[in-house]
Structure formats: structure tokens, C-alpha cells
Design a protein around this ligand. Structure first.
Ligand code: SF4
Ligand code: SF4
Length: 196
């Protein structure tokens, strides 16, 4: 357990070898998943794509983004127990019958240097590193997880990625909480009609 309570699956206790096989399969087939975007992700993307005006941001949001459900388990100081908070966040829209990310071009990420944190920290997502079942299930989709060869990642590096993911989600949760869980207050460029 880390100080924030991320429990590492026994599979990863001694670290693992992992290298992306560049098949692009984690960037398509999103029937049951999302590519979540948090504030730093939006900032990096808007810089890369040179979206400097509110109008260009609104246009980008309508074309490429959607408002999706998110949740965070949190115990208020002094509260008897933690509770699940549910709220909205941003994610990418998908395209085509195979539900691929709009930014997947020829099996490569066309926004690689500004890709969302969720993409950068794969496969060290909390939900994968803390559950053998989830890890084994996802290895059916990702050949890199099946062959487990290449760069060695230590236990500490894996926990570091998963912790950063947790901290980023926590920061967004606090920002939403501060703004009455109103995503339009957090992202003022979002067209109202995108929020149901
Ligand atoms: S599914 Fe795995 S091997 Fe394929 S592109 Fe994604 S990370 Fe790389
Ligand atoms: S942003 Fe890039 S890495 Fe992330 S899902 Fe889209 S194409 Fe894949």
C-alpha cells in the first residue's frame, strides 16, 4: 500500500517488462471505455493545436470532446466514512465503426507529445495495477501486456504512475467540488448544450 492506499497486484510486486508493440488497439474499440481529459490535458492540447480564442476552443469542444460521467471516492475530514461523488468531466469523442480515437492516424497517435495523461501512463492505471483480473483481462487487448518484454519498470515506478493518476483525478474532483460540481464553471469555453 502507498500512502494513498494504492494496492499493487502480486503480479507486479517485482516490477514488469513492458514495451508498446504499436498496434494501436488501445486507441480503438471504446465501446466500454473513455479517454478522460483533465485540466492539464486540455491545456497541453490547446497549446499544441494553437487554440487561442474562446471561439476556436468551443469549435474544438463540439467536434472532438464530450461530457462524460466521472466519480471519486472521498472521505471528508471529520466524516464517519468516505462516499462516492459523481460528477461530469471531459473525454474524447470516438469515430467510425471501430470507435477509434479521432487522433489515431495510421496506427499512431497524431498528438503524441500532448496526449492525455491517461494515454501516457498506460498500462499503469490504478485499476490495472491493483487487480490481477483487470490486468489479465486487458492483456487480451494489448499485446505488450501479453508478451511482457522490453523496458523494465520497477515496483516504485509503477506506483508512481498510478499515484500521479490518482492525484490528477483528486485535483479535478476538488476543483469540481469548489465549483458546485458545475463543469461549465470549470471550463468556461464549453457550449452549454454539451452538458445534459
Ligand atoms: S494496445 Fe498495447 S501494444 Fe498496442 S498500441 Fe496500445 S499499448 Fe501499444
Ligand atoms: S490521444 Fe493518442 S494515445 Fe490517446 S487514445 Fe487518442 S490516439 Fe491513442
Amino acid at each position: 500500500m502507498t500512502s494513498i492506499g494504492i494496492k499493487l497486484s502480486k503480479l507486479l510486486e517485482n516490477g514488469i517488462e513492458f514495451s508498446c508493440q504499436k498496434c494501436g488497439d488501445c486507441c480503438r474499440g471504446f465501446k466500454e471505455g473513455e479517454v478522460y481529459l483533465y485540466k492539464d490535458d486540455i491545456a497541453r492540447l490547446t497549446k499544441l493545436l494553437n487554440l487561442t480564442s474562446k471561439a476556436s476552443l468551443r469549435k474544438f469542444a463540439k467536434e472532438y470532446l464530450k461530457v462524460v460521467n466521472d466519480s471519486f471516492f472521498w472521505k471528508e475530514p471529520g466524516a464517519a466514512r468516505a462516499k462516492m461523488y459523481r460528477y461530469k468531466t471531459l473525454g474524447f469523442k470516438f469515430a467510425g465503426d471501430d470507435e477509434h480515437c479521432h487522433f489515431l492516424k495510421d496506427n499512431k497517435c497524431s498528438i503524441h507529445e500532448a496526449r492525455p495523461f491517461q494515454c501516457r501512463c498506460f498500462p499503469f492505471w490504478q485499476m490495472l495495477v491493483s487487480s490481477k483480473k483487470n490486468f489479465v483481462d486487458y492483456s487480451k487487448k494489448c499485446p505488450g501486456l501479453k508478451v511482457l518484454k522490453g523496458k523494465h519498470y520497477t515496483r516504485e515506478e509503477i506506483l508512481d504512475w498510478a499515484t500521479k493518476e490518482y492525484e490528477m483525478e483528486k485535483d479535478f474532483f476538488f476543483e469540481m467540488k469548489k465549483n458546485d460540481f458545475n463543469i461549465l464553471k470549470v471550463y468556461s469555453f464549453l457550449p452549454k448544450e454539451m452538458v445534459s
